[in-house]
Design a protein around this ligand. Structure first.
Ligand code: 8DG
Length: 130
């Protein structure tokens, strides 16, 4: 039987106005936290996160800035039948945040009142903590 769990590392990136950054991937309907699946070459969770932030946002994770927010799970937004299990860090980034090729859209939301559709993991488990 296949393992229907997806393990990801996800980032909470905030701005000075208290907003939080979400991304929408090409082909996806909903917005989610920046981040993604661990790859074999990643030394640890923060290496995964640094790589994903570079790939998705073109920015760099500030060394030592990551603070564990929570571990949580929900039905995976883009893979029907799978559950996503996330380790979520609040992070600081440096450089200009720009949507890279795999990202269709970036959006800054008020965590208390998102104005775009948000994936269940973020909506139920992450945004309420911000
Ligand atoms: N990154 C991320 N993925 C999420 C979140 N919530 C959620 O359900 N997912 C789902 C979407 C996908 O079904 C799965 C992993 O997505 P992903 O597309 O970001 O992972 P990845 O960059 O490593 O992807 P891949 O293209 O290599 O498959 O987890 C979230 O907040 N952030």
């Amino acid at each position: 039987m296949s393992d229907r769990r997806i393990h990801i590392v996800a980032a909470v990136i905030g701005d000075h106005a208290g907003r939080s950054l979400l991304v929408r991937k090409h082909g996806a309907q909903v917005f989610q936290q920046p981040g993604g699946k661990r790859e074999p070459g990643d030394a640890d969770d923060l290496a995964t996160l640094a790589r994903e932030l570079r790939e998705e946002l073109g920015c760099e994770l500030v060394a030592g800035s990551a603070s564990l927010l929570c571990r949580c799970s929900a039905p995976a937004a883009n893979e029907p039948g799978y559950v996503v299990e996330a380790v979520v860090y609040v992070v600081q980034v440096t450089g200009t945040i720009t949507a890279q090729a795999e990202i269709a859209e970036l959006h800054w939301i008020d965590p208390a009142a998102p104005d775009v559709p948000v994936a269940q993991l973020s909506r139920e488990n992450i945004l309420p903590l911000l």
